[in-house]
Design a protein around this ligand. Sequence first.
Ligand code: SF4
Length: 146
Amino acid sequence: MEFWKEKTLAQMNTSEWESLCDGCGKCCLNKIIDDDTEELYYTNVACKLLDSHESHCSHYSTRFDYVPSCTQVTMENVAELTWLPDSCAYRRLYLGQSLPSWHPLITGSKTEMHQHGMSTQDKVICETKVKYMEDYIVLWPLRDLN
Ligand code: SF4
């Protein structure tokens, strides 16, 4: 059943909600907000827990033990998480859009997502190796593709 077409976000059970995450890893990138303009910039500097090839969290179930500031996307906060990339499944469904054609729930794997460049795979540097975040601003995380 294509539950994401039949149900609202609020009607989904926990496993359906979790499976919406495409595992792109873009939310695990450090972001910078300009103090003057409040504009948000993505960097290709990843959280220390991101597996840079698999583009998933290496300690997902215990991530808050390592990174207490990590954000869990929930029904309660999805409206406020405007920094999530436009391609994020939670953001897309919240805004009334459909899942993209490359989404793992539709294709059955993360392969197409990676092939279309919609994930962080092999594009990031670990935050433990970076001194000035400003040197790593990138535009690719903002790209979206249906
Ligand atoms: S940006 Fe959204 S879809 Fe991608 S990994 Fe983060 S929560 Fe999942």
